[in-house]
Design a protein around this ligand. Structure first.
Ligand SMILES: [Zn+2]
Length: 157
């Protein structure tokens, strides 16, 4: 059996989701559980501790949940490291890959819609030109017959 100790300690809690507002580490009270396995525990005959494990748990269960997104929070005694951006790539570049292709798809869709509208406009323009030519032909018809000729009489006159 390992030797187990519980201690109330100061620790840091944070949301698991790096895009959540609760991702920033906050000081909380935690219970540190240390389990020590001696050589004798593990079947040996040397004195002393062969290995030990340390676990952290929230002292107050109200701290265990992220207040922003409701996900379970992490608790640790270590400050999260901040690494310098050596690559020059934004940290969320991988997340943005899908959005880029989505944006391109949206643009292509908008372009296709625009082209379809243009094609419809062209058809409408051609129809208008044909209608215009017919109207002009009808207007020119009496002129070809020459002046002085009486207009077509309607039934009412
Ligand atoms: Zn969260």
């Amino acid at each position: 059996m390992p030797n187990v100790e519980h201690e109330l300690v100061d620790a840091l809690a944070s949301c698991k989701n790096s895009r959540c507002v609760g991702y920033k580490q906050q000081p909380v009270k935690a219970i540190r559980t240390t389990a020590e396995y001696t050589y004798i525990d593990l079947g040996g005959d040397l004195p002393g501790v062969e290995r030990s494990t340390i676990m952290f748990g929230f002292a107050d269960l109200a701290d265990a949940q992220c207040e922003h997104c409701g996900e379970p929070r992490l608790v640790s005694d270590q400050t999260r490291p901040i690494y310098p951006n050596i690559s020059g790539q934004p940290q969320d570049a991988l997340l943005a890959i899908g959005q880029d292709s989505e944006r391109v798809r949206d643009l292509e869709l908008a372009n296709a819609k625009h082209e379809a509208e243009m094609a419809q406009m062209q058809v409408a323009m051609e129809r208008m030109i044909i209608a215009n030519e017919r109207l002009m032909a009808q207007l020119e018809e009496p002129a070809r017959r020459g002046p002085g000729r009486p207009r077509k009489e309607t039934a009412g006159e």
